[in-house]
Structure formats: structure tokens, C-alpha cells
Ligand binder design. Structure first.
Ligand code: SF4
Ligand code: SF4
Ligand code: SF4
Length: 804
């Protein structure tokens, strides 16, 4: 942990060089002091379900829930099913809006429960190994757990401290889940408030999970030079025995990695992972920047493809985002499956107390298809040994996975072009046309589909000719798969305090145009390349791009014209033009954590138990936007909702509309776009940005200008606004071919205008909007709805105003 000691400066300030002093204080010293004396507590320490309701209603007043029901029935209880169409009430009195708000909230708390369940399992395991007094250490920071501190007022120092915070998280989730029961909450707005509560709680649960594992498992600690890991189906050496791990909880895998290391098996066995466990496997023991021992195969979208490829000799699963048919699919290819977590047991026998030899005997002979194993030390030995044995056995048996070239052609010829697969496909992929091309020996259509296909298998169930369509796609795409070799920077953990000190001021003034967080799952509408396009564009424009989870993986799959992945090209530091992978899904807490730290370190706000004030600060001053382009899971809903409550807008890909609700403001309702000026409590007009807290975009083209606009904040100085406006206009012109309709609404003075286009824009303001221009001095005389005032203190909270 970095520490600054207090002391007296005896020299004149002019003698100092390269010493960074923030206004009033040397920040670290202040924090150290605050740590030692009693920390001032805000008004909402460990808030209950209703404690932040005023804040929720405040933001919901501007950002209205928009419901997109997936069905107009409710079948929660035996009164039902009830037809709620046309906003009719169900037998219990709930209406369609209320029911949809409840459905959304249920998704949020399911996501929060998944993360906190993960945290509980991991913490229990780590406390067992390292003890309750094991200190937390996540790198150069005095705020180890910003989300925990913000919500609960606790500044945890040990694993034991996290234990008690997690109990609070679990209590809140239980209370929220209870509200889902029939005959509880009736108002949609209060279901919304509860959803926001669940989202906030989720970030606390995620933070606990990640800081516990960072502290114990020698993960990189706020490291901007964390090593690079191999990623892609093509990076697996299929000639070696292959062990594949799927899931999110690294607890079980560390023993496998240690055993392999100890027995010198690292070169003999391929160890790869899918989904977040993969990311955390590469973080294990790379705190000193040693190269990761494991490879990242890819996201959930690669699960079925990896199994169908027949490459794994053994599969280990833990929890979350694991296909329910892993055991069924793996068994067809004689791949034993070992489950290691009580959330996924597949009906397998618990072999935790059996001898390794007995289990090996049962699995290698095919007597059992898999085993449940909670003893991770035993698993550490069992999994590698089983992998070596299964590799030999599967080779001897000549297990065949994908079709041969001849069979491939036969399969394509079987297609009757009924299009049933395309109707069933969530992305409506043109399979029939690709089958025609394949019949003629042309693989190229399927090579393209391979990236767009999320391997859900729905097409296969629809096909009347029983064609294994996923296998056809994969066999046809062997060439492109072999080229699927990328690099992903190992998850670096939180953003350090020195990074926040360097960048905080730029973010708040807007001269660093914003943070773009690319997070979440792989249910993309149009393949994985979109992520590369988004990140590359925003990095070239000097935004800070932070990534995590499946998005962090897919981003590493592509190389630019220079042959480099973005991870190799851009610095991994929290600064303008930096690309940071915080880690697996639970590391999303470091993204909200960074924003909280800006308020704490840069603005010196008290964060302990002071949620409302910090969320207000973020909404008004920190340009940040989240993108979950392939969001599919309930966890993605809870992560996004946690951002909403903290004042960070989030854009979801088109599938995100299936979560049933968005939070969208109306830019034309002028009275919604004013806040208080904390200096005197007067009302001040603010720009209509962000104009949503959760929304969806149909295409990348539509989203790009939204990203720039969403980072505009009332507190931007002229330079900051000019930079943000430049990107907004340019992105709109580049991706949509038009000037954005509302660009002029963000102009307060001529100095807000993009420099290169100033004259041209002044002409438009005069001609099309009737603004008065002094052409001699190229100044705006009248027109703007807002004034530029650098010392204004925008806030939504009357209580923070001096004269209030
Ligand atoms: S919860 Fe209400 S609306 Fe839903 S099925 Fe039961 S009675 Fe009908
Ligand atoms: S497996 Fe691929 S092609 Fe088939 S339905 Fe799913 S996404 Fe579409
Ligand atoms: S469902 Fe089967 S037969 Fe029909 S178009 Fe698709 S692949 Fe061909």
C-alpha cells in the first residue's frame, strides 16, 4: 500500500519540481489521517431497502422507466396466470407496469445474488486457507474498497472485515427477494427503487469477491503492466492432453495450477478456460508479472463450440454462465465432467470423500460420466491425472468430433432450405444460404457465420433434417478458428490512487473526454468484431477505455493493420487513451470504484456511507458511460443497474430490450434539465446529457455518437466541452453521415465550439438557430440556453446547497 508521510515544506514552492499538490492537501496524507481518526460518516450507512428511495425517485423523475414487456401475462402464483394486457390488473391487483418493474428487479437481484453467492463461496474458501486476519492488499490505494465504503461506511482491512459486509449484502438481497412475492410491492416506481438498490448492492458483492481473491491469490494489484495472456480457440495445442475449465469461480482451479506446477506438467497439459474463470486463471500468481500458466479459450459463446470440437479431454465446471447441457454434450464425446460447486451439480455423485484411484477408475472406464468434487486439494491431483489418462483413452478409441470433409458435404446436401433454423436463431443468421454455398464447396459463408453464431444450438432443435448445424459451422470454419489467436491483458484489478490523482481533474473538467466501460457478455447482435471497432475508435479519440469479463476477452481477438491487438497497442494505465482490463465480471466493481475514487481523491468528498452525494457528483461531473453490447445475463442487468443508481449511463446491445425496461429521459422537457447551484441554491439549466441511464442501441453506428454525448456533463469547462462536442459531431458524421440534431444545445459560448469548425458552426447558429454573433470578434452575443460558469456547483440535492 502506498503511503505519503506528512511533514513540513521548508523550501519555497518555486523550488519544487515535479511535485503534485492537489488543492488544499497532499491527498494521501489526508486519507491516512482520516483512516487513523474516526472517519466522518455520511447519512446512509448500510442503507436498507428504503433509505435511498428519495435519491431513486429524484433520478426516476428525470429518467423515466420505459417498459417493453416480453409477455403480458403473469404466472407467479396460483391465482394466475393473469392476463395483464392493456395494463389490466391481475387477480392480486398488480398492473402490467408493476409486474414488468418486478420482473426487471427480479433479474437484477438474481444477478446480485449470483455475484454475492460467488463472493460468499470464495471468501469462505479463502478464509479457510488464509484466516480471517489475512490483510487486504489490492495495490497502491488508501481506499481498498470504494463501493463497500460508500455503501456501508466500512473500510475493510482483512478478509474477516469483508465477511461482515457480505452478511449485510445477503440481508439486503433477501429483503429484496421477499418483495417479489405476490401481494407485496404494488407501485412500479418502488419496484424500480428496489431494483436500483439491488444494483448498488451488487457492486458491493462484486467488490468483495474481487478484492478477496486479489489479496490472497497473488493477482496483479492495480498493475498497469499486467502480463498478456493467449486467447482464442486457435491458441490451444490440440495435440496435448487438454483440460478445460468453465465458469466464474477460480477457487477450485488454483489447486490444479499448483499441482501442475509442482509436478512439472505445465508443458505436458494444455490448460484453458472459458468465461470469467478463464480470466481469473490467468490472474493467478501473475502479481509479479510472470506469464500466465493458463490460456483463455473464450466466452460463453465458445462453450458448445469448444466441446463439439472434441479437443477437451476433461471439463471442470464451477458456477454461472455454464450451459446446462455441458454434461450431455461432453458425454457424447467421452469427456468426463467434474463439477466443483453446489450451484451446478448435474445430478452427479459427490465423490469428495472417495479415493482418487477409485474416481479415476470410474471415469476412465466410462462407468460414470462425471463427478462432483468439493475437495479442491484432491481435485488438484485428480484433474491433471485424469486429463493425461483420458487423452490416451480417447485417442485409442478414435473419438470423432466434427464431421469429415465428405460428411460435411453430405450434411449440406441434406438441407431442404425450409428456413426453420433461421427463424429459431436469435440472430436470424442466414444458415440456409450458407448450406447452399457449402454444397458447392464454398466455406466462406460459414466462416463468416462462425463469429456471429453464439452457439446456442436452437437451430439444431428446429431442423427437420436433424443436421448438427453447430458442427457444420465449426467444421467449415477450421481455417478461421486456427487463426483465432489473440492476446488479452491479464486483469489488473482496481485503479490506483496515483492514477486517480493524475486523471481526476481532466475527467471532471472534461479535457479527458470520458471513461467508456465495455463490459458484459457475448450475446452480440453481429459478431465480436464490434467491440474492437468501438474500443479502437474511442481510444484514438483519447477516451479511457476500461473493459472486463467476456468483452475484455473478445476485444483481444483482433489485430489492427499493424498486427497488434489493442492491448499491445495502448497503455494499460488509467489515463487518456489508456486501455485497461480490470478482470473478470466481479472486477466491474473497480469501474464504479474508480468513479467513487474520483469524488474522494480529486474532490475530497467524504465517501463513507454517503451514497447519494457521490452519485449526485458522478451524474453531474464525471463523464463516464458503460456499454454492455452483448448483455444477456441477469448479472449484466444488475451491473448496469448499479451504474444507473450511481449516475453512470449504460447502453445495452439490441438484445438488452429483453430485460423489459430502460431508463430514458426526455431532452425536450426543459424543466427536467435544471439542477441547483450548490453555491447559493439557485436553479441552473444543464445540458440534456446523459439523456438516459439505461437504454439500448440497435447498431454500433447508432451507438457511437451516443457514447460521446453521454459523457457530456454540466461541469465541463470550455476546453472539455469543446473536446466532447468535437467527438460528438465527428462520430455522428462518421457513423450516421449527419450532424447531430441537438449539437447546438450543448454550446454555452463560442469557446465550447470545436476549434477547427468554429466559423462554420457560428454561421449555422446564426442562420438556423437565430443566434446573435459578433463576427468581428467571432463571439456569441445571444442564443445559448445555458451560461458558462466554471465555478458553478451543479447538484440535484437541495440539502447540499449553501443557502438551502
Ligand atoms: S402475482 Fe398477481 S398477477 Fe401474477 S399470477 Fe399471481 S395474481 Fe396474477
Ligand atoms: S447455434 Fe448459432 S446459428 Fe444456431 S441458432 Fe444459435 S446462434 Fe443461430
Ligand atoms: S432447418 Fe435444417 S433443413 Fe431447414 S434450412 Fe435450416 S439447416 Fe436447412
Amino acid at each position: 500500500m502506498s503511503e505519503l508521510t506528512t511533514g513540513k515544506f521548508s523550501m519555497a514552492i518555486s523550488d519544487l519540481e515535479n511535485v503534485q499538490i492537489t488543492i488544499n492537501n497532499i491527498v494521501g496524507a489526508i486519507e491516512k489521517e482520516a483512516d487513523e481518526i474516526d472517519v466522518e460518516m455520511g447519512p446512509t450507512v448500510k442503507p436498507g431497502v428504503s433509505s435511498l428511495r428519495d435519491w431513486d425517485h429524484n433520478i426516476l423523475e428525470r429518467y423515466n422507466p420505459v417498459y417493453t414487456p416480453m409477455c403480458d401475462q403473469c404466472c407467479y402464483c396460483t391465482f394466475g396466470p393473469c392476463d395483464l394486457s392493456g395494463n389490466k390488473e391481475g387477480a392480486c391487483g398488480i398492473d402490467l407496469a408493476g409486474h414488468n418493474a418486478r420482473e426487471f428487479m427480479l433479474r437484477v437481484i438474481t444477478g446480485a445474488a449470483a455475484h454475492s453467492g460467488h463472493g460468499r463461496h470464495l471468501l469462505h474458501h479463502l478464509i479457510g486457507l488464509y484466516g480471517k486476519d489475512h490483510p487486504l492488499d489490492v495495490g497502491a490505494t488508501n481506499i481498498i474498497a470504494p463501493n463497500v465504503q460508500l455503501v456501508t461506511g466500512v473500510s475493510p482491512k482483512t478478509l474477516g472485515d469483508l465477511d461482515s459486509v457480505l452478511s449485510y449484502v445477503e440481508e439486503q438481497i433477501t429483503q429484496l427477494l421477499a418483495a417479489v412475492h405476490v401481494g407485496q410491492e404494488g407501485a412500479s416506481i418502488d419496484f424500480e427503487s428496489k431494483a436500483l438498490h439491488g444494483g448498488m448492492i451488487d457492486h458491493v458483492g462484486m467488490e468483495i469477491s474481487d478484492i478477496a481473491q486479489i489479496s490472497c491469490l497473488d493477482f496483479p494489484k492495480s498493475d498497469d503492466e499486467a502480463p498478456l495472456a493467449d486467447i482464442g480457440m486457435g491458441c490451444l495445442d490440440a495435440s496435448k492432453p487438454t483440460l478445460i475449465v468453465i465458469g466464474h469461480n477460480v477457487a477450485a482451479v488454483t489447486d490444479i495450477i499448483d499441482y501442475m506446477e509442482e509436478k512439472g506438467l505445465n508443458d505436458k497439459i494444455e490448460l484453458g478456460g472459458l468465461c470469467c474463470t478463464a480470466l481469473d486463471m490467468t490472474r493467478y500468481k501473475t502479481g509479479d508479472r510472470t506469464l500466465p500458466r493458463a490460456k483463455v479459450v473464450g466466452t460463453l459463446a465458445k462453450e458448445l463450440k469448444t466441446i463439439r470440437s472434441g479437443i477437451p479431454d476433461v471439463i471442470i465446471v464451477d458456477e454461472q454462465c455454464i450451459r446446462a447441457d455441458v454434461l450431455k454434450e461432453a458425454s457424447k464425446l467421452m469427456i468426463p465432467v467434474i463439477t466443483t460447486n453446489d450451484k451446478v451439480m448435474y445430478g452427479l455423485k459427490d465423490r469428495s470423500n472417495d479415493s482418487i484411484e477409485d474416481i479415476l477408475e470410474d471415469l476412465t472406464t466410462g462407468k460414470e460420466k462425471g463427478a462432483l468434487m468439493f475437495d479442491y486439494v484432491k481435485l488438484g491431483e485428480l484433474a491433471p491425472r485424469l486429463t493425461m489418462m483420458m487423452s490416451e483413452i480417447r485417442k485409442q478409441k478414435g473419438i470423432k468430433a466434427l464431421p469429415t470433409d465428405e460428411e460435411l458435404k453430405e450434411l449440406a446436401d441434406k438441407c431442404v432450405h425450409c428456413l426453420k433454423c433461421e427463424v429459431a436463431c436469435p440472430n436470424s443468421l442466414p444458415i440456409s444460404e450458407a448450406m447452399t454455398a457449402l454444397s458447392e464447396g464454398d466455406l466462406s459463408n460459414f466462416e463468416v457465420l462462425h463469429d456471429q453464431c453464439i452457439a446456442c444450438g436452437r437451430c439444431e432443435f428446429a431442423c427437420p433434417k436433424d443436421i448438427d448445424i453447430v458442427n457444420v459451422i465449426e467444421k467449415s470454419s477450421q481455417r478461421v478458428i486456427s487463426e483465432e489467436v489473440g492476446k488479452v491483458r491479464v486483469g489488473r484489478g482496481p485503479i490506483s490512487d496515483p492514477e486517480i490523482r493524475e486523471e481526476g481533474v481532466n475527467l471532471v473538467l472534461g479535457t479527458t473526454p470520458g471513461i467508456v466501460a465495455l463490459v458484459g457478455c457475448s450475446n452480440y447482435p453481429d459478431g465480436t468484431r464490434d467491440l474492437f471497432t468501438i474500443a479502437d475508435e474511442m481510444l484514438r479519440r483519447s477516451y479511457i477505455v476500461v473493459v472486463s469479463g467476456c468483452s475484455a476477452m473478445d476485444l483481444g481477438m483482433y489485430k489492427g493493420e499493424d498486427g497488434m491487438t489493442l492491448y499491445e497497442k495502448y497503455p494499460a494505465r488509467f489515463k487518456s487513451g489508456g486501455l485497461l482490463n480490470t478482470g473478470s465480471c466481479v472486477s466491474n466493481a473497480h469501474i464504479t470504484g474508480a468513479v467513487i475514487k474520483v469524488a474522494s481523491i480529486f474532490a475530497q468528498k467524504n465517501i463513507s456511507g454517503n451514497y447519494e452525494e457521490i452519485a449526485d457528483y458522478t451524474l453531474n461531473r464525471v463523464g463516464a458511460v458503460g456499454v454492455a453490447w452483448g448483455a444477456y445475463s441477469q448479472k449484466a442487468a444488475s451491473i448496469g443497474t448499479g451504474c444507473s443508481r450511481l449516475g453512470i449511463p449504460v447502453i445495452l446491445g439490441p438484445h438488452g430490450s429483453k430485460y423489459r425496461r430502460a431508463l430514458i429521459a426526455k431532452p425536450y422537457e426543459e424543466d427536467k434539465w435544471s439542477v441547483y447551484d450548490a453555491r447559493n441554491g439557485s436553479k441552473m439549466q444543464i445540458p440534456a446529457a446523459p439523456d438516459y441511464l439505461l437504454t439500448t442501441a440497435e447498431t454500433v453506428e447508432e451507438m457511437m455518437p451516443m457514447l460521446a454525448k453521454s459523457c457530456i456533463r454540466p461541469s465541463d469547462n470550455n476546453m472539455g466541452r469543446m473536446i466532447k462536442l468535437t467527438h460528438y459531431i465527428e462520430l455522428s458524421q462518421k457513423y450516421l453521415g449527419i450532424m447531430p440534431e441537438d449539437w447546438y444545445k450543448f454550446v454555452r459560448t463560442e469557446t465550447d465550439l470545436p476549434l477547427a469548425k468554429r466559423e462554420k458552426l457560428l454561421k449555422i447558429l446564426e442562420k438556423e438557430h437565430g443566434w446573435e454573433i459578433d463576427w468581428k470578434r467571432k463571439k456569441i452575443l445571444s442564443g445559448p440556453a445555458m451560461k458558462s460558469d466554471v465555478s458553478a456547483q451543479p447538484t440535484n440535492l437541495k440539502r447540499l446547497c449553501k443557502e438551502a
